[in-house]
Design a protein. Structure first.
Lengths: 115, 113
């Protein structure tokens, strides 16, 4: 059972380049999320999609765009990468927006370095 | 706003020692509380949860009790193992509106044989 799959796992970019992080889940979850993890900062929510066809800003959306392509896939795009976007990015999904268990299922992460 | 504060790490223990990782929170309303664990090279996974005051969450020998009076949710384990070495995140979800988790900064636990 694959769960949440992120690609690529590692990426090095130069300042100003663009790239897209891909995420897919096979658990038929309604909601999907993108977080970034930085030392001493914990996980911060970038964008989320409560259900197919909707996306909303999280805590730190500047410099990012997202697309909920279908129920399975939720991509994160950096249009013009900056060194401040060097981070580990996690995609997550959950059953539904009002799931009382609150459990999120995470991918293994994508480590992005911007030079 | 809603926030979670965890003790800074790393926490270094010998195998079979007692573990406590402190977590306190600030939230409007009555949040649900969670501990997530991140093993090296992996994503986060849910360790345990508590959804109302005085609830005790438990899993894999870990326990945490939702203390409303002290706004705390400290993680404990009576006897740690080397395999418990990981980063532990305390998180809250406010039970209104969309389900978004607010995470603490994480506490790294290192257990030596």
């Amino acid at each position: 059972n694959a769960g949440v799959t992120q690609t690529p796992k590692f990426q090095v970019l130069k300042t100003g380049q663009s790239m897209t992080l891909q995420c897919a889940q096979d658990m038929n979850h309604n909601s999907m999320y993108w977080y970034r993890q930085d030392p001493g900062m914990g996980l911060r929510l970038i964008y989320y999609s409560a259900s197919e066809g909707t996306t909303d800003k999280g805590e730190v959306p500047n410099g990012y765009n997202v697309s909920r392509l279908n129920k399975r896939e939720f991509s994160l795009r950096l249009e013009s990468a900056a060194p401040s976007q060097t981070s580990v990015y996690f995609c997550a999904s959950s059953v539904q927006r009002e799931d009382p268990t609150g459990e999120l299922f995470f991918g293994e992460g994508s480590r992005l370095t911007v030079l | 706003g809603d926030s979670v504060t965890q003790m800074e790490g790393p926490v270094t223990l010998s195998e079979e020692a007692f573990l406590t990782i402190n977590c306190t929170y600030t939230a409007t309303g009555y949040p649900s509380l969670f501990w997530y664990v991140q093993y090296p090279g992996e994503g986060l996974q849910l360790l345990l949860k508590a959804t109302k005051a005085d609830d005790k969450g438990s899993n894999k020998g870990f326990e945490a009790t939702y203390r409303k009076e002290t706004t705390s949710f400290h993680l404990e384990k009576g006897s740690v193992q080397v395999s418990d070495s990981a980063v532990y995140f305390c998180a809250l979800r406010v039970n209104t509106g969309f389900q978004k988790l607010v995470f603490g900064t994480g506490t790294r636990l290192l257990v030596s044989p």
